[in-house]
Design a protein around this ligand. Sequence first.
Ligand SMILES: N[C@@H](CCC(=O)N[C@@H](CS)C(=O)NCC(=O)O)C(=O)O
Length: 214
Amino acid sequence: MELFTARVCPYAHRTRLALLEKGVPFEHIEEDLRNKSERFMKASPYGKVPALVHNGQTLYESLIINEYLDETFPEPPLMPADPALRARARIWIHYFDTYFNADFYAVIQNKDAAKDEELKAKINERFLVAEQQGFGELSGEGPYWLGSKVSLVDLAWYPYFERLPAWAHYRNFKIPDNCPKIAAWAEAMAGRASVQEAANDPAYYIEGYARYAA
Ligand SMILES: N[C@@H](CCC(=O)N[C@@H](CS)C(=O)NCC(=O)O)C(=O)O
């Protein structure tokens, strides 16, 4: 098992977390995305991390790799057994990639201070939907998206939350006060062994996102 990854990349971060949660040994190949290796370009048709090579097959796209890992290494399961619940889990992963992510990055990439409030209001609304309809309906006593067990939904979302110190530093943005379930979830995730093993310091992200924010 070879994983082409880049420390800075939240998508690759998702896959590292899945491999660590599964306890699957893998070779970690750190790519310099500004100077991609020939080996990586051969393995990854999109030239993007993450890319996984397993049993002679190359797989790419973080969410697809994570589903593959869950199906190939069933223990511990990272998706619910019930098809309806599995579909709900995918809806919240889709919500993140289709709506939340763009509005989240819009805040740190915005250079026009006059638009700051409007952009923050938009992402705050996205947070509230996740808090009330996502966590509110699925999480029960928590602390994870689907309750007491970590799932692919948690792994799809969490890498962005580890990067929040950069949003706080450059845009004074944090998890909205009306989203206590999300705040408690982020804290629970930060305590997991997989998350700690793959974690970077806040200072790393603050430096890494300087280009986005400047
Ligand atoms: N949809 C892809 C996105 C992967 C992606 O955008 N990776 C970025 C780094 S965060 C990358 O490798 N960029 C290199 C490039 O586009 O040249 C996934 O979920 O895996």
